[in-house]
Design a protein around this ligand. Structure first.
Ligand SMILES: Cc1ncc(COP(=O)(O)O)c(C=O)c1O
Length: 311
């Protein structure tokens, strides 16, 4: 999908014009994939706008950088403030926010430790991520998710998304909107950019962190909301075929939000429509982010914006 630009990008503590946010082709990240990043949404509400779980996202960025021994020159509070400053300067909501830290220019060779760390934050309008009106038709990928102790799944690192790209491209060329990868033991893992939930006999299942998944912040939010709604929640390794015989299934993610799955490998899930448990969780999630219900978990960071666009 085409990128919509905004006026400013935050770079190492300053706002710079969008078109000036450029890097050298010999930067370490271009050759060796040495980046960590986040994806965050800012939602428009009747009386303003709110960034969803900003602190948790920035904490995950800090943790991703820590795993890769990448010293970030900004702390959690400074990163949070940078996001608010940027959105207010660009003045457009709803929007998607993309903080990224990477190894920059100056050294050649795999070892990143002497390459400078650059931090950028961009924001831009972005709408629906997983296509499909009335539910997503997805497949099981022939590609596995990252094996344990190879690429760390808990780091949201740019290089992990080469695996995601294989999953996503394969789905695309075969006529599906997304692929779900198994882990290297053959258990369900996640989509190329989404966590996976399954509902069976009123119980909500999701794959645990040990099955090579990102510790999704939307995933966590859905687990919190499910417990609030009294829905039993189980995190356990799940076999592929459970997807074919479950009552409901859905993806979660900052980009995907809560997207129900209509079919997997052309096998229709339930009757194909969004089931009651998914609907209840979808509603609870969107009620909070839209401001329709109280933000009882303090998930929204308020921002002041001049303009609301339809993304
Ligand atoms: C591989 C992968 N899994 C899961 C998710 C969902 O995570 P979150 O809900 O924090 O966006 C994402 C998106 O960031 C992702 O890229």
């Amino acid at each position: 999908m085409p990128l919509e630009t905004t006026a400013n990008i935050w770079h190492n503590g300053e706002l710079i014009p969008w078109e000036k946010a450029q890097i050298h082709v010999m930067s370490h990240v271009v050759h060796y994939g040495s980046s960590v990043f986040e994806g965050i949404r800012c939602y428009a509400q009747d009386n303003g706008a709110g960034v969803f779980r900003l602190t948790e996202h920035m904490q995950r960025l800090i943790h991703s950088a820590k795993i890769y021994r990448m010293p970030l020159p900004y702390n959690l509070e400074q990163l949070n403030e940078a996001v608010v400053e940027l959105i207010e300067a660009n003045g457009v909501t709803p929007c998607y926010i993309r903080p990224i830290a990477f190894r920059g220019y100056g050294e050649i060779g795999v070892n990143p430790l002497k390459s400078p760390v650059e931090v950028y934050i961009a924001n831009f309008p972005w709408g629906k991520y997983v296509a499909g009106h009335g539910g997503a038709d997805v497949c099981i990928s022939s590609w596995n998710r990252l094996a344990p102790n190879t690429m760390p799944s808990l780091a949201k690192a740019g290089a992990n998304y080469m695996n995601s790209q294989l999953i996503r491209m394969e789905a695309d060329v075969n006529g599906y909107v997304e692929g779900i990868a198994l882990d290297t033991n053959g258990y369900l893992s996640e989509g190329s950019g989404e966590n996976l939930f399954i509902v069976r006999n009123g119980v909500l299942y999701t794959t645990p962190l040990a099955n090579s998944v990102l510790n999704g912040i939307t995933r966590d939010s859905i687990l919190v909301l499910a417990r609030q709604l009294g829905i039993p929640v189980v995190e356990q390794a799940l076999p592929r075929e459970l997807l074919y015989i479950c009552d409901e299934a859905f993806f979660t993610g900052t980009a995907a939000e809560v997207t129900h799955l209509r079919s997997v490998d052309r096998i229709v899930i339930g009757d194909g429509s969004m089931g009651p448990v998914t609907s209840a969780l979808h509603k609870a999630f969107f009620d909070i982010v839209s401001g329709a219900s109280a933000d009882k978990y303090n998930w929204l960071t308020p921002v002041k914006v001049r303009e609301t666009v339809t993304a």
